[in-house]
Design a protein around this ligand. Structure first.
Ligand code: SAM
Length: 322
């Protein structure tokens, strides 16, 4: 097992199935142009072999499939089938929900039981303005069908001043009523927001402001969360839970256990570092040759983690896997 001086190790792997997305969210891409798949994205089988090797080399026990938008990838089915044979304790998927209703049978057949659905507003106009793609009604319908099919749903919302801060309570109530757990993600200084401090500052909503707004309508108490959880978790008695990923207000770098594998075969040990390590060529090698080389790269990737706090980076979340 590879462990650093702070006792951190990689336990959670996020694999970006594609950098392509059918949205162009304002916090992710600056110019509204949707990203297309990179030319050199790896075949599904190679990515799945990457997962298998990383499980062994790093001791990964949780996998999250993400992107880009994983549900638009033509490699989704083959990847899910290959990953289902690995016997992982927990496999989940992050999606914008646009194709969720259509892909639900495939996800169920692959054993996916937990979904994170990104949804920043219940207002169709604000939805169009922020996501710059897709249709709100499709997302809501997809979540309803997935929930009815027994999937556990977390909703990811990035609250932003001037864009959707007025949606904090409506979205929270919507989720509480349906048994979805809403997770607020503090805006991160990634991509163009790492370069434009003003744009970041103008929109940023921090934990304190968020909790004050929620406190206007609900009493809440902090709930327990696993030691390496990125989200602070709160309980609204009799109604449910919500979470806050407060990367700016309460950094979680000291206990971070996340590792990312991009669709083109790059390992990222930290969202706040531009360092990356190519493993694509190792995935054609047999296990006994690949694992020692992979372990050396994992040591480097672990050293990329920030000691204490997220500082931001010009990398775009879509490319490395949000
Ligand atoms: N397409 C999928 C989706 O929409 O969930 C997966 C990829 S998306 C990049 C994953 C998550 O990253 C989303 O929940 C999105 O809100 C978040 N994200 C992207 N850029 C962000 C930023 N600058 N600050 C905070 N969250 C961000």
């Amino acid at each position: 097992m590879i462990v650093d001086r702070q006792g951190r190790r990689f336990r959670n792997l996020r694999v970006s199935l594609t950098a392509a997305c059918n949205y162009a969210c304002t916090y992710c891409v600056p110019n509204g142009k949707r990203l297309v798949a990179a030319q050199d994205e790896l075949p599904a089988e190679a990515l799945a072999r990457g997962v298998a090797y990383l499980v062994e080399a790093a001791g990964i026990d949780q996998l999250r499939i993400t992107g880009g938008e994983p549900l638009i990838s033509p490699r989704l089915e083959a990847f899910l089938a290959a990953v289902a044979t690995l016997g992982l304790k927990d496999t989940s998927l992050t999606t914008n929900g646009q194709l969720l209703a259509r892909k639900l049978p495939l996800l169920q057949a692959a054993g996916i039981r937990r979904l994170n659905v990104s949804l920043d507003t219940l207002d169709p106009n604000a939805f169009r303005r922020i996501a710059r793609g897709g249709d709100l009604a499709c997302v809501l319908e997809g979540m309803a069908q997935a929930s009815a099919a027994g999937m556990r749903i977390k909703v990811n919302m990035v609250p932003m001043r001037g864009q959707n801060f007025d949606q904090v309570l409506p979205l929270l109530d919507y989720c509480l009523e349906r048994g979805y757990e809403l997770r607020f993600i503090e805006l991160m200084r990634m991509g163009h927001l790492a370069r434009d401090a003003n744009a970041f500052r103008q929109q940023f909503v921090g934990l304190e402001q968020l909790l004050t707004r929620i406190g206007l309508a609900h009493g809440y108490v902090q709930a327990a969360a696993p030691q390496d959880a990125t989200a602070l978790r709160y309980h609204i008695p009799g109604k449910g839970y919500f979470g806050v990923i407060a990367n700016e207000s309460v950094p979680f770098c000291r206990t971070c256990s996340r590792l990312r594998l991009s669709s083109t075969g790059w390992l990222h040990g930290c969202l706040s570092s531009s360092n990356r390590h190519y493993i694509g060529e190792l995935l054609d090698k047999p296990r006994h040759q690949a694992l020692p080389a992979l372990q050396r790269l994992l040591v480097k990737a672990l050293a990329d983690k920030q000691e204490q706090a997220f500082a931001g980076d010009v990398m775009v979340m879509k490319v490395i896997g949000g």
